[in-house]
Design a binder for this molecule. Structure first.
Ligand SMILES: NC(=O)c1ccc[n+]([C@@H]2O[C@H](COP(=O)([O-])OP(=O)(O)OC[C@H]3O[C@@H](n4cnc5c(N)ncnc54)[C@H](O)[C@@H]3O)[C@@H](O)[C@H]2O)c1
Length: 255
């Protein structure tokens, strides 16, 4: 098998809480970063920081709701950076409520961002990685994609779809030396979690302090604690792991 595996890492949702930690983790290891996010200003800021610190990063901003952006992103990155060795499907959208509180718009946004975008990106990435002799994909699912959390019907449904997709892909593409896995975090201290508290009229710091007490290891996850596992799964250390859903929960399982 030829071995032209690229050192380019494409991260979606790259400027969010977990995304930024993932980007910085790979940048610190000398990878070239393709930074994808709809927030162009934040994406530019992040790329500038990396480039000023002797790293290499380029911005590929766009909206994952746009099918052609998703379909063309891999070839754009390949053209500008020479390949895509690692793809991290991190961007996500959380809609809250039970089924009677879930609008058509909630359904559509959740399916498009959490399921359709990874589907389109992975479909484009597989031939590119196969041609290069292999690659790695890590999807950011959720422990709520394995067992449902309460009153987040469409979020749990889409994260379960992403988990199922990961298991299928892990099996289908191992023979091409493409390893596809997912991480399934429980609560992580990011804007996604904090805005949820704000919407409910709670002070995020106080709410997180309280939430920390529900986690056996003593605190909810910080983004770096997710990024470390993502990086491991894409590394040679994890070379025999394909189609796995890795729960990252500090001992707080969802039943
Ligand atoms: N925070 C948690 O507690 C938690 C737990 C389990 C799983 N997750 C998952 O981790 C991932 C990252 O979440 P986070 O907490 O860092 O969220 P976040 O809200 O901090 O970041 C999400 C990022 O995705 C980008 N994004 C959203 N919609 C987009 C679109 N249409 N096009 C392009 N970019 C878009 C946003 O601009 C943002 O940078 C998500 O998939 C989320 O579901 C989070």
């Amino acid at each position: 098998m030829n071995n032209k595996k690229s050192n380019v890492v494409l991260v979606t949702g790259a400027t969010g809480g977990i995304g930024k930690s993932i980007v910085n983790k790979y940048a610190g290891q000398g990878f070239t970063l393709a930074i994808a996010d709809r927030d162009e200003d934040e994406a530019n800021k992040l790329a500038n920081e990396i480039n000023h610190n002797d790293g290499k990063a380029m911005v590929f901003s766009g909206d994952l709701l746009d099918q052609s952006y998703c379909d063309n992103l891999i070839s754009e990155v390949q053209t500008k950076l020479g390949g895509v060795g690692i793809l991290i499907n991190n961007a996500g959208f959380m809609s809250r409520g039970d089924i009677t509180q879930t609008s058509d718009e909630d359904y559509e946004l959740s399916m498009k961002i959490n399921v359709e975008a990874p589907f389109r990106l992975i479909r484009a990435a597989i031939p590119v990685m196969a041609k290069a002799g292999g690659g790695s994909i890590v999807n950011i699912s959720s422990c709520w994609g394995i067992n449902p959390g309460p009153n987040h019907l469409i979020y749990c449904t889409t994260k379960a779809a992403l988990a199922a997709m990961t298991k299928c892909l892990g099996r289908d593409h191992a023979h091409q030396n493409i390893r596809i896995n997912a991480v399934c975090p429980n609560e992580v201290n990011t804007p996604m979690l904090r805005t949820g508290f704000e919407i409910r009229g709670l002070n995020p710091d106080d709410a997180i302090e309280k939430l920390n007490q529900s986690v056996p290891i003593g605190h909810i996850a910080e983004p770096d604690e997710i990024a470390d596992v993502v990086s491991f799964l894409s590394s040679n250390e994890a070379r025999y792991i394909c189609g796995s859903l890795v729960e990252i929960n500090g001992g707080k399982a969802v039943y």
